[in-house]
Each structure stands twice: as structure tokens, then as C-alpha cells.
Design a binder for this molecule. Structure first.
Ligand SMILES: Nc1ncnc2c1ncn2[C@@H]1O[C@H](COP(=O)(O)OP(=O)(O)OP(=O)(O)O)[C@@H](O)[C@H]1O
Length: 277
């Protein structure tokens, strides 16, 4: 009789794998290196945050994962397949909510990428209704974007992205242009959606607090060009814990890793963001 192992000790395969990714732009002043030798793994259901100061290459990494630019060196794989161009398995939500064409209603905005991607109209209509309901905009299906608040436009962009059923949702500072209260409620709504659906998300921000609230894992990138500074677990934090001692301590620790005397030390391996009192 064959012996049966009591536990499955095989680690899960990452959904998204970045290996030694160096990204560059050719500009009139020469080559600009945006990221240097960046590696990380994102697992199914992760809320993975890229956190770093302005110009460290976060958006460029997202563009490369989106398939819009190719790495100068290194590789990106999604589900074991090399990323070679854009695809419906990776949808980006930007902070510019003017990404919603103003001549289309809310529902038409959600329908458009599905129809363009070959989803049958009946199926697209069902999905649009479903996701507009999920983000609380069922009543605004026939409204035009200019009649919506910033938060509502953000919710349309999220509904539109999730209706595409991407393998990974790429979010590039989606709430950065919102006022503080709306930003907070959007973080809450995103968390509630994730609790319910458990989608995989890659979220870019330069706000330490937002990273701790939104993410379960955080990759810290050094200033330009972005290199991996540290990887932290942050699943224990939420908006509810934002005022706590642990949250403040984690914020300070991350700040020190990004900007303090430690910032030039070798990269730090994954560990909890929580700091022992
Ligand atoms: N199209 C481009 N051509 C040349 N250089 C670029 C281009 N886009 C970005 N860069 C440069 O690449 C580097 C990384 O830019 P990127 O926008 O990815 O940073 P970021 O971390 O997302 O910054 P922010 O938080 O301000 O959005 C910066 O030095 C930037 O000036």
C-alpha cells in the first residue's frame, strides 16, 4: 500500500512572478532606469502592495505587468506563462477617473471593454448589472460620468475592471486624487469587495498608511531606480486598527526602511510589519 503524506508540503505556485526585473526608458537625455533587479511573487488572493517614494518605478512595474513595456532584463510570468503583451487577464485601474469616456453612460462604460473583448452582449449585460450592484451604483447605470462624484467614478472603474474577471487587478494609486474621507471609504469598500470575492490585486501607492490598510503583503522599493528594500506582511492591519500602537509602530518602521539611516542597508527578508512594543 502506498504511504500517504499527512500534509501537502508543496508550496503554492505564485500567480504572478517577477524575477530580476530591470525596466528602462529611452529618453532624449539618454536611458532612464526605472527599476533595477526587482523580484517578487504574488499569490492567488493576495492584496500585494508596491510601496515607495515618487519616481521609484511603481507605475512602470505595473505597466510592465500590464504588458505595455518589456523588461530590459529579467522576466514576468502570469500563471506560469511569460508576459509578452497586454491581455484581459490583467486590467489596470488608474487614478485618472477621466479614463471613463464621458459620452458613455455608467453601464456603457462597464460594458465597453467586455464587448470589445468578445464577451457576448447578454453575458456582458448580466456582469455589468452584477458589478454595478456590488459597488452600489445600480441606480446610476444610466448616468453620465460628469454627474458622478470622484468616489463614484472610482467605483465605476473598479466595477468595469472586475467585470472583465481578470486574473489580477492592477491598481495604480486609484484613490490618490480623492479627498481624505472619500479615499478612506473607498479603501473600506475595496476591502469589503475583497472579503466577499477574494480577487488578486496588485496595488501601487506611496502612502504608507494606505499600504498597511489595503495590503496583506507590501514590497518596499528604494528611491529611483527602484530596488527591493524589504518585503513585509501586513495582513493584521485594517482601517479599524489605523490608530493603534502597532499600526503607528509599523508606519514608523516602514518610514525608517524607506528614508532612514537603514535605507542603505541590505534588503530585508519578508517579516511582519508589526513591531514588538
Ligand atoms: N515615459 C517615460 N520616459 C522617460 N522616463 C520615464 C517615463 N515614465 C517614467 N519615467 C521615469 O521613470 C522613473 C520611474 O517612474 P514611475 O512613474 O514608474 O515612478 P512611480 O514610482 O510610479 O512615481 P509616482 O509615485 O510619482 O507615480 C522616474 O524617474 C520617471 O521620471
Amino acid at each position: 500500500m502506498r504511504a500517504i503524506a499527512p500534509f501537502n508540503l508543496v508550496p503554492p505556485e505564485p500567480l504572478l512572478r517577477a524575477q530580476h526585473v530591470t525596466l528602462e526608458y529611452a529618453s532624449e537625455h539618454g536611458v532612464v532606469r526605472a527599476t533595477d533587479d526587482v523580484s517578487f511573487d504574488v499569490y492567488r488572493g493576495d492584496r500585494f502592495v508596491l510601496l515607495g517614494p515618487s519616481g521609484c518605478g511603481k507605475s512602470t512595474l505595473l505597466k510592465a505587468i500590464g504588458g505595455f513595456i518589456a523588461p530590459r532584463a529579467g522576466s514576468l510570468h502570469l500563471g506560469g506563462t511569460p508576459v509578452t503583451g497586454p491581455g484581459p487577464d490583467r486590467i489596470v485601474v488608474f487614478q485618472e477617473f477621466d479614463q471613463l469616456p464621458p459620452w458613455k453612460t455608467v453601464k456603457q462604460n462597464v460594458l465597453f471593454p467586455m464587448l470589445a473583448g468578445g464577451v457576448a452582449r447578454a453575458e456582458a449585460e448580466v456582469r455589468a448589472r452584477h458589478w454595478l450592484g456590488k459597488v452600489g451604483l445600480a441606480r446610476f447605470a444610466d448616468a453620465y460620468p460628469h454627474t458622478l462624484s470622484g468616489g463614484m467614478k472610482a467605483r465605476v472603474a473598479i466595477a468595469r475592471a472586475l467585470a472583465m474577471q481578470p486574473a489580477v487587478l492592477l491598481m495604480d494609486e486609484p484613490f490618490a486624487a480623492l479627498d481624505a474621507l472619500t479615499r478612506r471609504s473607498m479603501q473600506e469598500e475595496l476591502q469589503a469587495l475583497w472579503d466577499e470575492i477574494g480577487f488578486t490585486m496588485l496595488f501601487v501607492t506611496h502612502s504608507i498608511e494606505e499600504a498597511l490598510v489595503v495590503g496583506n503583503r507590501i514590497l518596499l522599493l528604494s528611491p529611483h531606480p527602484g530596488r527591493v528594500r524589504a518585503e513585509l506582511n501586513s495582513h493584521q492591519f485594517s482601517l479599524a486598527s489605523a490608530g493603534s500602537h502597532e499600526f503607528q509602530a509599523a508606519t514608523q518602521r516602514i518610514h525608517a526602511l524607506l528614508f532612514g539611516a537603514d535605507a542603505d542597508a541590505p534588503a530585508v527578508q519578508p517579516q511582519p510589519a508589526q513591531v514588538q512594543p
